[in-house]
Design a protein around this ligand. Structure first.
Ligand SMILES: Nc1ncnc2c1ncn2[C@@H]1O[C@H](COP(=O)(O)OP(=O)(O)O)[C@@H](O)[C@H]1O
Ligand SMILES: [Mg+2]
Length: 273
């Protein structure tokens, strides 16, 4: 669904020397239906990768393929139809005066039939518990995030890129948004690339993790494997989620423990023995 093939990229005002590039000779692939997390410290290049993935930025060398198509050869609007993008800050994507107009905007621009736009908008308002006549800009942070997400998903993309989707949300808002995305991923095969440095979130939702440091991938693998690889996590300046971390401290008998349920089982088992 998304493929980076030896991608190097520098911002125009940066040193053009490839050694100092923001993204350095980066290759990876995300298959249809996967839920992948991209982690790494501030400035590692995560948001830059998101912008390269939806054609907002083009590589200096190498290629980015979206659903098999080279981003330098297709129009940005064609990529936008396939890949929805939730910005780190929802206010950068909200541009209409009512929530209803905001949600209808994307499909309208894509030339979706007006009746269908109406139907999808009504469904989205209901699903995300939003009111069509709200003025988007003075709603709460969580509501604005939900408005932005609804506007992305109403276009029915094959893939979404979520850049720090839960920043500034309270726990309940966060679960609500993530559960919705998970449902689309499991039931409709929506491909998800989630940028985050919240390892609890990564442990809970992603099945594979890519670790980025200074524009390079330093690790990649199933979430459970990466989560207990202190060497790699250190390079990304993150700590494991709490349950896996506790499991590592408890030793071998806890080697397969990643969730609260598994931890409870393991402790109970130990007590009974
Ligand atoms: N628009 C820009 N112009 C110039 N440099 C930028 C721009 N955006 C990001 N950078 C630089 O590129 C590097 C990677 O940034 P970014 O992709 O935003 O990292 P992350 O999302 O992992 O925090 C940083 O050194 C940052 O300063
Ligand atoms: Mg970022």
């Amino acid at each position: 669904m998304l493929k980076f093939d030896h991608v190097t990229f520098s911002y125009p005002d940066e040193d053009r020397d490839a050694k100092h590039a923001t993204i350095k000779d980066l290759s990876f692939e995300i298959k249809k239906g996967e839920f992948v997390a991209l982690i790494g410290s501030n400035g590692a290049g995560k948001s830059t990768i998101s912008r390269l993935a939806n054609g907002l930025l083009l590589p200096d060398s190498g290629h980015v393929f979206v659903d098999g198509e080279d981003t330098t050869k297709v129009r940005t609007s064609a990529i936008a139809k396939k890949v929805g993008f939730l910005f780190q800050n929802p206010d950068r994507q909200i541009c209409q005066n009512t929530v209803e107009e905001e949600i209808a905007f994307g499909p309208k621009v894509q030339g979706v039939d007006p009746e269908e736009v109406k139907k999808r908008t009504a469904e989205a308002l209901e699903t995300f518990e939003l009111k069509g006549d709200w003025f988007p800009f003075n709603r709460s942070r969580g509501e604005r995030q939900r408005i932005a997400l609804a506007s992305v998903l109403v276009c029915q993309p094959q893939m979404v890129i979520l850049d720090e989707p839960t920043t500034g949300l309270d726990y309940k808002e966060c679960i609500r948004i993530m559960d919705y995305i998970t449902r689309l991923n499991k039931e409709q095969g929506l491909t998800v690339l989630m940028v985050s440095h919240d390892m609890e979130l990564v442990q809970e939702y992603a099945s594979r993790v890519m670790v980025l440091t200074d524009g390079r991938l330093v690790g990649e693998g199933p979430t459970n494997t990466i989560m207990k690889n202190m060497e790699i996590l250190k390079q990304a300046h993150v700590l494991p989620a709490q349950i896996p971390m506790l499991a590592m401290r408890f030793g071998d008998r806890f080697a397969d423990v990643y969730t609260v349920e598994e931890m409870t089982e393991a402790i109970r088992g130990g007590v009974q023995k």
